[in-house]
Unconditional design. Sequence first.
Length: 311
Amino acid sequence: MTAAPTAAPTAAPLSMTAFATVRGQGAGPIAAFSWVWEVRSVNGKGLDLRLRLPDWVEGLEPAVRAELTRRIGRGNVSAGLRLTRASGAEALRVNPQALAAALEALAQVQAAAGHVGVELAAPSPAEVLALRGVTETAAAEDTDAPALLAALMAALGAALDDFEAMRRAEGAALAQVLAGQIDRIAALVDEARAAAEARRPRVAESLREALARVAEATEADPARVAQELAMLALKADVTEELDRLTAHVAAARALLAQGGPVGRKLDFLSQEFNREANTLCSKSGDIALTRIGLDLKHLIDQMREQVQNLE
């Protein structure tokens, strides 16, 4: 008999399909900046990261890669950041080297004028600032980089929280679908076992008739004929395939109950399911048993499609 239906997993597996977006606005020294993080993923054999990030924020890319690697185990993951600065938010700053050079030049002019008896009025601060190169527009690269990086990584963390919540929700839904499919596979295995038992008398009768026909041959060796028929009977026996299918059902239920990153193991198990279903069909020799085997193959293919989305 097949074990009880699949119970709900204690820790649902994670889906590899998810999406999250988070918007943010800077404060204090980075108030001029706003941003939008987008994180999305689809199924993949390993962890493949694809980043679209501004290259002028120092340390951003390695920090993002490290965080994504820490929190995501598998999938084709895309993470993008749109970082904008408010129009007109550029600030003026004093270039210390240019200011020192300008003041030194003014001092030389004042000294030369005094040397020839010419008195010059001292320039005002505004006039000094107006000199070429003394002031310049602060570019985005010159923003408080540590503060900006910290704010961006905090926003990424919030996006990944939403991303993981969606992966958990999708994984829980997939687990329910898979649990139902495994239960139907178990029911079909029970049907196959009953069908195999029902066909046993017909197989035995067919073998006896074959033995009688061969025994009527003029030079047939009865011992050799009996041996060959025994081998045919053994080849037609599907008990081992059904026992392995039952064991696979128990293993699949245990993996779902375990939860976590079980996608690879379930994918391998679905291949083993398919192998036994193929052998069952090839050995059936019975319409009812072949129909059950084909139903099994169809259901196993559906299960494997769902498994491909699990981490």
